[in-house]
Design a protein around this ligand. Structure first.
Ligand SMILES: C[S@@+](CC[C@H](N)C(=O)[O-])C[C@H]1O[C@@H](n2cnc3c(N)ncnc32)[C@H](O)[C@@H]1O
Length: 307
């Protein structure tokens, strides 16, 4: 088979196989610092002033109970940090969770074993965002979408839908990859093999910002850095975990085996160039490759423009 035969070398979008996607995501989760970084950020003065203080200011005296919605919540690790923080300020919280995969069961089990706070009640929706919208029209004070917008399709459509779900003064928080670092900058995107139906089509923060500007929705922005240890796939050709991590970062199923040589070489060279290489002092001088990404956190407050 010729490596340049494009029809034989279709790169399959990871999002077309959710089973593989979740395995790849688990491999990434075990190697990234995103949990620590987002927990730190949720405990920071910025979350306090942008989310907690603004929500309190915007809420009417009637709104003693705030309604919070998580979309694509996974197993809830990051939302639990947010809810813990909100629970210290608001007397009652009703939290709705929209997550189509089995991960919602893990989220449910976690809060069943270790209740987040006495003043929070949960409502579970094992559904996609669109399925949820088809039968719910509740409005929310705070909507959180952490690393999930790439699963939601056209930002022009989902941003409008999310905005309309906000109460006046409510806040939408989106975290997503920037296009100049990390997943967004992998040269696969400029590949001649790019095909929206079959290859990576991650929605990045530029696309979402362009949508917000087009819809004349104001937003503010914060950035945090997360680092992923990619040593496995940089140094070990036989690591299944490493291949899954590479699949997550490229957004392609079985990237290492299915990409044509030139595309694979270009992507591996990219990782080599943007990685920070550290020598570990465990005797055998093993190199450890650390790949750092900027992640945008965008905040939208529903203001007077909303109709
Ligand atoms: C990258 S994971 C992020 C999970 C979690 N927010 C976190 O940061 O750990 C994306 C999540 O979006 C969910 N998802 C996929 N398609 C979705 C859809 N159409 N509507 C809502 N959630 C979706 C996936 O099941 C997955 O749990």
């Amino acid at each position: 088979m010729m490596a340049s035969n494009m029809s034989e070398n279709k790169l399959l979008n990871l999002l077309t196989d959710m089973n593989h996607y979740h395995k790849a995501y688990a491999a990434y989760c075990s190697k990234t610092t995103k949990w620590q970084e987002l927990q730190k950020w949720t405990e920071s003065a910025e979350f306090e002033s942008i989310v907690v203080a603004n929500l309190s200011k915007n809420l009417s005296a009637m709104d003693q109970q705030i309604r919070v919605l998580g979309i694509g919540s996974g197993e809830g690790i990051l939302e639990i940090y947010q809810l813990q923080k909100l629970a210290t300020k608001f007397p009652k919280i009703s939290a709705s969770v929209v997550e189509p995969s089995e991960l919602i069961t893990k989220y449910k089990d976690t809060v069943g074993r270790n209740p987040v706070a006495d003043n929070i009640t949960f409502e579970w929706h094992k559904q996609t965002f669109d399925e949820y919208l088809a039968c719910n029209d509740k409005k929310y004070h705070f909507i959180s979408v952490v690393h999930a917008v790439h699963s939601l399709g056209d930002p022009d459509v989902f941003i409008k839908k999310m905005y309309m779900l906000l109460e006046p003064g409510g806040i939408l928080l989106l975290t997503l990859v920037t296009d100049h670092t990390g997943v967004g900058s992998i040269p696969l995107h400029q590949s001649e093999l790019k095909d929206d139906k079959t290859t990576n089509n991650y929605v990045n923060s530029s696309q979402v910002k362009a949508t917000l500007e087009k819809l004349q929705i104001e937003y503010t922005q914060s950035i945090y850095k997360e680092t992923t240890d990619i040593t496995d796939f940089m140094t070990n050709d036989d690591s299944e975990e490493g291949e899954l991590l590479l699949d997550f970062l490229t957004g392609v199923i079985n990237f290492k085996k299915s990409a044509p040589d030139d595309v694979r070489d270009r992507v591996m060279r990219h990782f080599q160039q943007v990685s920070r290489i550290e020598k570990t002092d465990d005797g055998d001088e093993k190199m450890s490759y650390k790949h750092t990404s900027d992640i945008d956190i965008l905040f939208v407050t529903r203001g007077d423009k909303a109709k």
